[in-house]
Design a protein around this ligand. Structure first.
Ligand code: AMP
Length: 278
């Protein structure tokens, strides 16, 4: 595996691989098997896999969250060796934003006015800025993202439809611990007890799914919230939405796909998860 620590090094490797089919996996590091599943998917579908590792300050609305975000580049390099990754791109903030904060315009009001976007002001615009830059630098044919960040998948799709229509997107299933806990870099900040509590998130989502479609969307959410409360867990949001539009349904409609999404605080760590209902 090669490592490019700046744009010049990246450019060298990319010119050597001009003719090949490039797969791209953007990450913020502190890698876990969830990230590696994306790398594996990329290496099975393309000839040259580029993984980026960049903790993007623009997508953190909370400076403490940015400061506490786990970083472990040596560990990440060790995990990526033999994972199917050909090139690790680990740039600095100056490499990615040489002219300060960019302003790529993308209308995502509908996607960022709810759930993650509503709770983390500016988060998705930050995601848009960094991905526009990374896609432009790497020029992949295929790019791989996790369904764990479901709302992000929709934002990426809009970015690609608008600016990079040649890129083919792949959204991969969420990798979980044996307990059901969705793997996340943020789990590193949890105690053993916290991890046990956090596994309840998935259980509650499964409970909610078991009520579909017998109960109404509103009832499912009320019952789900009551379950979280019983367990003493602090729910920031628990919502059922139409998977395509992120609109809350009042009644179930045939031929529509629904997803339930949650953000929950455990030991002051904000965790998200989701599950398709159908
Ligand atoms: P992050 O480093 O958190 O920005 O995540 C980088 C990519 O990995 C994103 O596309 C995430 O959706 C994806 N990802 C994060 N956690 C998981 C997981 N548990 N399973 C599959 N993909 C994941």
């Amino acid at each position: 595996m090669k490592i490019a620590k700046n744009i010049n090094e990246l450019a060298q490797f990319m010119t050597q691989n001009k003719e090949v089919n490039i797969g791209f996996v953007p990450t913020m590091g502190a890698l876990h098997p969830g990230h590696l599943s994306l790398v594996k998917a990329a290496s099975s579908q393309t000839d040259y896999v580029v993984v980026s590792l960049f903790v993007n300050p623009l997508q953190f609305n909370n400076p403490i969250d940015l400061e506490k975000y786990p970083r472990n580049i040596e560990g990440d390099i060790a995990l990526l060796e033999n994972s199917g990754c050909n090139l690790l791109f680990a740039p600095s903030v100056d490499d990615i934003y040489p002219q300060g904060v960019p302003n790529i315009e993308l209308d995502i009001k509908d996607l960022e006015s709810v759930m993650e976007g509503k709770m983390r002001k500016g988060h998705f615009q930050g995601v848009v800025q960094v991905l526009h830059r990374l896609f432009s630098l790497i020029n992949p044919q295929k790019a791989f993202f996790g369904l764990k960040d479901y709302q992000q998948c929709l934002v990426v799709k809009r970015l690609v439809d608008t600016y990079f229509s040649d890129i083919q997107l792949f959204f991969e299933p969420t990798m979980r611990e044996a307990s059901g806990l969705a793997m996340s870099s943020r789990n590193q900040r949890l105690s053993l007890e916290g991890k046990k509590e956090a596994a309840e998130i998935y259980r509650k989502l499964i409970y909610c799914r078991s009520l579909y479609p017998a109960e109404s969307p509103l009832n499912i959410i009320e019952k789900g919230k009551a379950e979280f409360k019983k367990q003493g867990l602090e729910v920031e949001y628990l919502e059922i939405v139409e998977a395509e539009t992120l609109r809350n349904p009042i009644i179930w409609e045939k031929n529509k796909k629904y997803i339930i999404l949650a953000a929950v605080y455990i030991e002051s760590v904000r965790l998200i998860d989701n599950l398709f209902l159908n």
